[in-house]
Design a binder for this molecule. Structure first.
Ligand code: HEM
Length: 162
């Protein structure tokens, strides 16, 4: 388990966060489907709150593990059987920066979307005056987390798998 559970030289938390990133997008699409086409507003609210909490806890635990226990991603990459060439390392580093742009903006946008929704939609939730603003923020959050997921998975692939 010291090397993760997906079969590559990584860490348990890195593998867990990669699974969470891969799972969050289909779960989010389902939550949007139930609100948009089935009008199950309460289910959508519950799913969004649950997704927000799970993501926050997973990413928080991941960051503590990565920075404090492992001392940064470079130490995990150093476990590779075949080390990255300087060019590959620089490519992976650039990918990480792109990933961080989305990974840092996503929780901010996600929290703002949830806080506004909780304050401005009635409970139990129903469409209302807040709907137009919620849809704009919510689609922006959706695109942001999807890009976080895609760039995170690309980073994992090029740093640890390829
Ligand atoms: C980051 C969290 C959230 C995201 C990403 C999100 C996503 C979305 C999206 C994309 C839509 C629009 C679907 C369409 O185009 O018709 C939507 C609608 C809606 N959401 Fe959320 N949502 C979030 C949190 C919440 C929360 C916490 C509540 C309740 C307190 C909520 C209540 C609603 C309602 C009532 C609608 C229907 C609006 C209408 O059709 O007029 N959402 N959500």
């Amino acid at each position: 388990m010291a090397d993760g559970f997906l079969g590559f030289k990584t860490s348990f938390m890195l593998d867990l966060v990669v699974c969470a990133l891969a799972a969050v997008v289909p779960a989010l699409l389902y939550s949007i489907y139930v609100v948009k086409y089935k009008h199950k507003f309460h289910l959508h609210k519950t799913m969004q709150l649950a997704l927000g909490i799970v993501l926050l806890l997973t990413v928080g635990a991941f960051e503590i593990d990565l920075q404090i226990v492992h001392g940064g991603w470079e130490n995990i990459v150093a476990k590779r059987d075949v080390p990255l060439t300087p060019e590959e390392f620089s490519f992976v580093h650039s990918l990480l920066w792109i990933h961080l742009v989305f990974a840092i903006t996503t929780p901010i946008l996600w929290i703002v979307t949830i806080v506004y929704a909780l304050k401005r939609f009635p409970s139990p939730p129903l469409p209302g005056d807040h709907s137009p603003l919620h849809k704009k923020m919510a689609w922006a959050s959706t695109i942001d987390i999807t890009l976080t997921s895609i760039t995170g998975l690309l980073f994992y692939y090029f740093a640890f798998v390829a």
